[in-house]
Design a protein around this ligand. Structure first.
Ligand SMILES: Cc1cc2nc3c(=O)[nH]c(=O)nc-3n(C[C@H](O)[C@H](O)[C@H](O)COP(=O)(O)OP(=O)(O)OC[C@H]3O[C@@H](n4cnc5c(N)ncnc54)[C@H](O)[C@@H]3O)c2cc1C
Length: 405
């Protein structure tokens, strides 16, 4: 199918990828409507993409070359133990991923959007609907209405397009939060133990009721250490977790700051507790953990991609790869389709079940690694490996699966 007009609502990872895919597939006019003005600000910084997914996405043209990435090889699971500064290793597994700086990944994707894409910033979409002629109607916050052959919802976890596609889908709070932060890797030299002896490894600190993932990422001014600590929040009735952005960088409440400090001192191997404590408060924030699945990813001339379609708990390390895979599947469905209905039907058949599987797997990972943690310190390496396989429940691994040919 050739031609047609497409509005992409949201210009982040999924939005840039979907807009590029629409141009590559043959759309006449592609417009991105992004509410943020200027450069999109980093929110937590680090993310990882599995090497197999990255290779597939690069081959499909969805992951541009030249974006800085840090190679990771292994994942080390450690517990606090007296006398072991860096913790005691309980298990090690291969971890064939590369880590990215969110802002550098976004800038690479934005720079790679073809000239044919009109990227309009400062435009907030208030709602979308099917118009009487079977096209998509996009209503902006200033009251104007625009019509397109297709509207793509790439507007993230609070998607207004999702409200039109699946009005009943609601996010579920997982019952725990993550503290996220990052610091200049050079600052590790300030510690007694010197610099991180395992820069090519992800370290997972395990404790009763939570866990913390620590890894390096590239940064605009040199390597950084990125960390994500999952645990229940303090039991303080004054704090609310119904807004995923309620505690942005630098705005942690004293309770949340104090709780983090206590966790680092009580549960972490001394080296890692001191390392994370070096994080500047301006680079620390808290994000409630949610998930959300949708029964449909399309309706009429509306289509959902990335976090708008499914919100997956971060344990799966699949968010960015999933968004780029959605764009790849969208371009493939477009090329094979001879009508909008076929395009939308093929996309929904390919991406609906894949999104729901990711949500289910990440729920199992979250339950095992935060909600119902095992007695890690008493487990043998074989027992930890068996515990890991139980979480996968037959899935080949984390980070997303290959797209069906
Ligand atoms: C600014 C920002 C920083 C992030 N930083 C990180 C990070 O450091 N680490 C990490 O792992 N993940 C981060 N994420 C999340 C990560 O990008 C996603 O999980 C994943 O890449 C899929 O993203 P997405 O494009 O589907 O959704 P999102 O990245 O959430 O993007 C949605 C976009 O839609 C725009 N938008 C939303 N509603 C409207 C509307 N009504 N009208 C117009 N525009 C709208 C938003 O401004 C945003 O740019 C970040 C997201 C954003 C928006």
């Amino acid at each position: 199918m050739q031609g047609g007009t497409v509005a992409v609502i949201g210009g982040s990872i999924a939005g840039c990828a979907m807009a590029s895919a629409a141009v590559r597939a043959g759309a006449d006019e592609v417009v991105v409507l992004e509410r943020t003005r200027g450069r999109l600000a980093d929110r937590g910084l680090g993310l990882c993409v599995h090497d197999d997914r990255a290779a597939e996405l690069a081959a499909a043209g969805a992951l541009p070359s030249g974006i800085p990435a840090h190679r990771l090889e292994r994942r080390r699971w450690v517990v606090r133990e007296p006398g072991a500064e860096g913790g005691r290793l309980i298990w090690e597994q291969p971890f064939p991923f590369h880590s990215y700086h969110w802002g550098l990944l976004w800038r690479g994707l934005r720079a790679a959007t073809p000239d044919g894409v009109r990227y309009r910033q400062g435009v907030t979409v208030a709602g979308v609907a099917a118009d009487a002629g079977g096209a998509a109607e996009v209503r902006t916050a200033d009251g104007s209405v625009e019509r397109y052959d297709l509207a793509v919802g790439a507007d993230g976890y609070r998607s207004v397009v999702r409200e039109a596609v699946c009005p009943d889908s609601r996010p579920h709070y997982a019952g725990y939060v993550c503290w996220r932060g990052n610091l200049d890797a050079a600052r590790l030299t300030e510690l007694d133990g010197g610099t991180d002896p395992h820069p090519e490894a992800v370290t997972t600190v395990c404790f009763a009721g939570g866990s913390c993932v620590i890894y390096r990422i590239p940064g605009p001014d040199g390597p950084r250490v990125n960390w994500v600590l999952y645990a229940p929040p303090p039991r303080d009735g004054a704090l609310r977790y119904d807004d995923p952005t309620s505690f942005p960088p630098g705005a942690l409440t004293p309770e949340l700051r104090g709780h983090l400090r206590a966790l680092l001192e009580r549960e972490f191997p001394p080296y890692w507790g001191r390392a994370l404590a070096l994080t500047d408060p301006a680079d620390t924030f808290v994000q409630p953990i949610y998930d959300l699945e949708t029964e449909r990813t399309t309706a009429g001339r509306l289509l959902l991609a990335g976090d708008a379609a499914t919100v997956v708990r971060p344990h799966n390390t699949s968010g960015a790869a999933k968004a780029l895979q959605d764009a790849t599947a969208f371009a493939a469905a477009w090329r094979r389709a001879d009508s909008w209905e076929k395009l939308l039907g093929t996309y929904q058949a390919a991406r609906g079940p894949a999104g729901r599987e990711l949500v289910a797997l990440a729920r199992r990972l979250g339950r095992a690694q935060v909600e119902r943690t095992p007695p890690w310190a008493r487990m043998s390496g074989d027992e930890v490996a068996a515990w890991w396989r139980t979480q996968l429940a037959g899935a080949p691994g984390i980070g997303g699966q290959a797209l069906a040919p």
